[in-house]
Design a protein around this ligand. Structure first.
Ligand code: SAM
Length: 319
């Protein structure tokens, strides 16, 4: 079906060319689009462009994966997220794009629809994918977690109403870009699994030299207020244990907290880091991100931890 005013699937002029850009359809809290220049230079520096497989086990809005994929800097991506709504969204966006396009085109962007979906996001992947995208684009700061209210408030008295971020044409354009990439075989897998299960699966499928993991876990601070899947101190510690024992190349980003630096330093001192030639023990770095909102630019320091030997020095300093 071709929707009125929206180019159909057969319209090749909208197919993303290599070097094209691709923004996530999700407005994701903690989205890492600001790290794209860092990853572009990182891949070039490590002689890994195009890289066969880029793996995001905490996919969220998958901002980095989408850019690298559309720009041709990686051949394929694996996206995984433990949140069933986020998983359903990526599954439908990649493999049943036109169903999701139809649902978005037909969406009634009202407070009633927001309440209906918040109370019951549905049972099928199609229903959940639609609920994920709808609630993400109509809830405050894109937050799917239960406490976030609708944009414009329950009384819709703000100048910004519930539909002010629901640009149907643009969302549909981005969905179709994703669908085209997936149809070209560039999305190796979308998985509904925890980080540990994703890593186990990827390890069984791809060789060390073929892949780079990018881990972007929930924030150390406030993570539980932003995401529907809890990730407390125990999970942060388990992640540190998983990563510091890992041979395959990986990059981890975090909000900057001394406890995280200490956690990874302690693992290095324990001698539990990986042993391969291509990737050694964790190295700690930091980089500055600028988050922008309607009122002002807000600086934040991002912690980058990696077992890669070389990092683009213009983007980072040692933590
Ligand atoms: C910081 S966000 C990722 C943001 C993403 N990098 C982006 O650019 O939009 C973290 C994500 O991890 C997911 N998550 C939480 N616990 C998880 C777990 N144990 N395994 C996999 N994903 C998890 C959350 O649902 C959330 O989508």
């Amino acid at each position: 079906m071709t929707l009125e005013g929206v180019p159909g699937e057969g319209d090749r002029s909208r197919r993303p060319s290599r070097n094209a850009d691709l923004h996530s359809p999700l407005r994701y809290p903690g989205g890492k689009r600001q790290l794209v220049p860092f990853f572009v230079d990182l891949l070039k520096l490590n002689g890994q462009s195009p890289l066969p497989v880029f793996v995001e086990p905490f996919a969220g809005g998958a901002a980095v994966s989408l850019h690298l994929l559309a720009a041709g800097l990686v051949d394929s991506v694996v996206l995984a997220d433990l949140d069933p709504l986020v998983y359903a969204f990526w599954h439908q966006a990649c493999f049943h794009t036109e169903q999701l396009v139809q649902d978005i085109a037909a969406a009634n962007v009202t407070l009633d629809e927001w309440h209906r979906l918040r109370a019951n996001p549905g049972r099928t992947l199609r229903e959940k994918a639609y609920a994920c995208l709808f609630l993400n684009r109509t809830s405050y700061s894109g937050i799917l977690q239960g406490r976030a209210g609708p944009i414009g408030g329950q009384k819709q008295q703000s100048a910004y109403k519930i539909d002010c971020r629901f640009y149907k044409d643009e969302i549909i354009h981005r969905l179709r870009q994703i669908g085209h990439l997936a149809a070209d075989g560039r999305v190796a897998a979308v998985r509904p699994t925890s980080v540990e299960v994703t890593v186990e699966w990827v390890e069984s499928k791809f060789a060390n030299s073929e892949r780079l993991y990018y881990f972007d876990p929930p924030f150390w601070e406030k993570g539980e207020r932003l995401y529907r899947k809890a990730f407390g101190r125990t999970q942060h510690e388990s992640l540190a244990a998983l990563l510091t024992a890992m041979d395959a190349p990986w990059v981890l980003s975090y909000d900057h907290h001394e406890e995280i630096v200490e956690l990874y330093r302690a693992s290095v001192q324990d001698g539990s880091q990986g042993t391969s030639d291509s990737a050694g023990g964790p190295r700690l770095h930091k980089t500055d991100l600028i988050y922008c909102n309607r009122h002002k630019g807000r600086g934040a320091t991002e912690l980058i931890i990696t077992n890669l030997a070389q990092l683009p020095s213009e983007h980072v300093s040692t933590a």
